[in-house]
Design a protein around this ligand. Structure first.
Ligand code: COI
Length: 356
C-alpha cells in the first residue's frame, strides 16, 4: 500500500466558533498533496501544512482551465465519531471528471485514503454543532508551463478542508430560484457532467442576474431547445408533481450528484414513484399554476437538501407549497443528515468512520 507521509504545521491557526461558520471562508491547518509526472505516474502522497501554491504565470491550468474538483463532507456525530459520507463514490466521480478533462486517473482507493488522512490530521477542525461539517475539496490542476493547447504532462492533486455551516444564507429555509432563459450551462457532448472549473465560470453571469433580481440561484434549461430543465447552479433539482417524484435524467449535461443518488435510493426504499425523466419547464410551470406541483428541492453536498419555495420564469412567479418546506423535502433532509451524523441507521453503508 502506498505510504502517505505527514508533516505537521508549527503554527496552528485559531479555529472559529461553530456558530460563526458560513461556507468555505476558513481553511484548516493542513492539506494533502500528490504529483503526477508522465512516465512516473502519481507520486509522493503527503499531508503538509496548508500553504499557498507557487505557480509560473504560464502554468497550463491558468490559461486553459484543465482542472477538476469534487466536494464531500466529514460529520462529527453526537457519539463523537467522525464520518465521511460516500467517500468512495466521490473518489470515483473525481476519476470520471478526470477522464472528461484528459487528466490521468488516480487510484480511487488512494483518493479515499487522502480524505481520511487529511481529516485525521485536522480532526479538531471538524465542527460539533448539528448542521455544521468539514467540507473536503479534492482538486487536480494541470501544471505544465506552456502556452500551447494540449493535455498537460504534469499535474498536482491537492485536498483542502473548510469547516462549514449552511451553504445558503437562508439556511434550510426555502430558496427562490430563477429559470435562466438567456444563458446556457452545458450541451450534450460537452463538459456538463464533469466537476470542472469551466462549468462554474460559465454560471457566473446568470447567477449574478438572478441575485440582482432577488433570487438565490439559477435553474438551467437544456442548451439546445431551452425547454427541458437540467440542474441548478450548485445542486441537482427534484420535484413532486401529484404522486410522482421527478428529476432530470443523467444524460451527459448534469452532474451525477451523490446527494441526488442518495435521495433517489431513499425514496425508492420508501416505495415512492420516482422518475428520472426529461421534464419541460412548461410542464413544471403548468403544475405550479394548477397546484399539482407539491414540492421542489435541490440536492447537493454543499446544499444538502434545500427546499425551493418559488420559481421565476419569463416574468411569471409560481409559489411552491406556500413557500414552506414540504413534508417529503423535510423527510429527505432529516434522513440524509441522520445517516451523515450517525443518528439514523445507515442501511446502504454510505458512511465510514475516520480513525483519529
Ligand atoms: C458541492 O456541493 O460540493 C459543490 O461543489 C457545489 C459548490 C459549492 C460549487
Amino acid at each position: 500500500m502506498t505510504e502517505i507521509t505527514t508533516t505537521l504545521t508549527r503554527t496552528p491557526a485559531a479555529r472559529p466558533a461553530d456558530a460563526a461558520l458560513s461556507f468555505g471562508k476558513v481553511l484548516t491547518d493542513h492539506m494533502f498533496m500528490m504529483n503526477y509526472t508522465a512516465g512516473k505516474g502519481w507520486h509522493d502522497p503527503r499531508v503538509v501544512p496548508y500553504a499557498p501554491l507557487s505557480l509560473d504565470p504560464a502554468t497550463q491550468v491558468l490559461h486553459y482551465g484543465q482542472a477538476i474538483f469534487d466536494g464531500l463532507k466529514a460529520f462529527r456525530g453526537p457519539d463523537g465519531q467522525i464520518r465521511l459520507f460516500r467517500a468512495q463514490r466521490h473518489a470515483e466521480r473525481l476519476n470520471k471528471s478526470a477522464r472528461a478533462l484528459c487528466i490521468p486517473e488516480l487510484d480511487a482507493d488512494l483518493v479515499r485514503r487522502s480524505f481520511e488522512a487529511i481529516v485525521a490530521v485536522d480532526n479538531e477542525w471538524v465542527p460539533h454543532a448539528m448542521g455544521t461539517s468539514l467540507y473536503i475539496r479534492p482538486t487536480v490542476i494541470a501544471t505544465d508551463v506552456m502556452l500551447g493547447v494540449h493535455p498537460s504532462a504534469t499535474y498536482t492533486y491537492f485536498v483542502i478542508c473548510s469547516p462549514v455551516g449552511a451553504y445558503y444564507k437562508e439556511g434550510v429555509k426555502p430558496v427562490r430560484i430563477l429559470v435562466s432563459d438567456n444563458h446556457v450551462r452545458a450541451v450534450q457532448g460537452g463538459l456538463g457532467e464533469a466537476k470542472t472549473a469551466a462549468n462554474y465560470a460559465a454560471s457566473l453571469s446568470a447567477q449574478l442576474e438572478a441575485e440582482e433580481a432577488g433570487y438565490t440561484q439559477v435553474l438551467w434549461l437544456d442548451g439546445v431547445e431551452r425547454k427541458y430543465i437540467d440542474e441548478v447552479g450548485t445542486m441537482n433539482i427534484m420535484m413532486q408533481i401529484g404522486d410522482e417524484v421527478i428529476t432530470p435524467p443523467l444524460a451527459g449535461t448534469i452532474l451525477d450528484g451523490v446527494t441526488r443518488n442518495s435521495c433517489l435510493q431513499l425514496m425508492r426504499d420508501w416505495g415512492l414513484k420516482v422518475s428520472e425523466r426529461k421534464i419541460s419547464i412548461d410542464e413544471v410551470m403548468a403544475a405550479g399554476r394548477d397546484g399539482s406541483l407539491r414540492e421542489m428541492w435541490g440536492t447537493g453536498t454543499a446544499a444538502v437538501v434545500s427546499p425551493v419555495g418559488e420559481l421565476g420564469y419569463k416574468g411569471e412567479k409560481v409559489s411552491i407549497g406556500n413557500g414552506q418546506t414540504g413534508l417529503l423535502t423535510q423527510k429527505l433532509y432529516d434522513s440524509i443528515i441522520g445517516i451523515q451524523y450517525g443518528t439514523a441507521p445507515d442501511a446502504h453503508g454510505w458512511t465510514s468512520v475516520v480513525k483519529v
